[in-house]
Write a protein that binds this ligand. Sequence first.
Ligand code: ATP
Ligand code: MG
Length: 404
Amino acid sequence: MPIIEIKKLTKIFGTDPKRAVPLLKDGWSKEKIFKETKLTVGVNQAEFSIETGQIFVIMGLSGSGKSTLVRLLNRLIEPTSGQVLFNGSDVLQMNAEQLRQFRRKNMGMVFQKFALFPHRTVVQNVEYGLEIQGMSKAKRREMAMQSLELVGLKGWEDSYPDQLSGGMQQRVGLARGLANDPDVLLMDEAFSALDPLIRKDMQDELIELQSKMKKTIVFITHDLDEALRIGDQIALMKDGSIVQIGSPEEILMQPANKYVERFVEDVDLSKILTASHVMRKPETITAERGPRVALQLMRDRGVSSLYVVDKDKGMKLIGVITAEDAAGAIKEGLPLDDIIQRELPSVSPDTLLNELFEIMGNTRLPVAVVDESGRLKGIIIKGAVLAALAGNTVPEAGVQLGHS
Ligand SMILES: Nc1ncnc2c1ncn2[C@@H]1O[C@H](COP(=O)(O)OP(=O)(O)OP(=O)(O)O)[C@@H](O)[C@H]1O
Ligand SMILES: [Mg+2]
């Protein structure tokens, strides 16, 4: 079961907003509704589900409805229509007390403006949420110190916020969100105020935190690079509607429409696509075969080299043989084993394309993609890399898209 699921979730701002719901159902645009009714569409019939442990990114230009959507999830904004389910139960049915508990335990929020108390020390800021829950002093101090350590602020606990840089203050805000230990953390432009280098550090930290603590994170940003870096799933919004939901690769490689295409056209694909995206299915042979069989196979498949694998060890890569060497071996009566080149260029599936360039420049052979146990997953030929960078790769059948 998804941890969060929303169905036809809609928010309309203005007086008597429900009157615009049927208009949205009829397909009226945000612009038309505003012109005819003076009502503003915040979120238009949004639907998605988020699995536990995902980083779900909501991306879109200013005014597209990101903040509204995320605040509908914990009812900081009341929906006009639609459903919000948390672990299958209806958030809209909760009474005030249940909702308070829900925001505390299940769905915490880190705001863009982190609003630290200037007269409280760092650790007192972090334990604030626990304090108002009535947790004992010793216990809340322990939890606050843990989350300060997680965000790399150990040693700063007794400082005051104004003694910290903006980036460090942002970490205090994050630590405060984490200290409450909610199941889901909502982060609205949490890193937008940071300068680029600190921002990148924070992204790395968030990814690490997420993998350590298996937190579900809903992360809002208007920055595509940030979305692509940290998102497991990305929802792209325009005028209150979600125009596409997908993995970073899907958004880049299969944009749902012209709008998404324009959104992603300036992305430097070489810093995002990996070996696993451009690899092809390799032609393989086992070491027991003879050179004649190898040569015949190469002719049949129209290739000039074959990858030798150990089928008993789950396709563990042994090396590569070329047609030229196979022909020579036939002449001289040598076994296949004698002509295997065991030193060959290989990379892991998550090697970025921009790192691949250098490796490919130094070799005439295709580059082998092997996993951590040395199994052959695919090969990379130059043309495929260039095609992918030109943005027109159609991944071959049999080659898996995504990190495997
Ligand atoms: N309280 C409100 N009253 C009226 N309209 C609102 C209100 N809050 C948001 N809106 C409108 O709803 C739409 C979505 O706003 P929202 O703040 O969700 O956008 P956003 O994607 O978060 O933008 P930004 O990137 O600038 O933060 C906008 O057209 C905005 O003007
Ligand atoms: Mg916003």
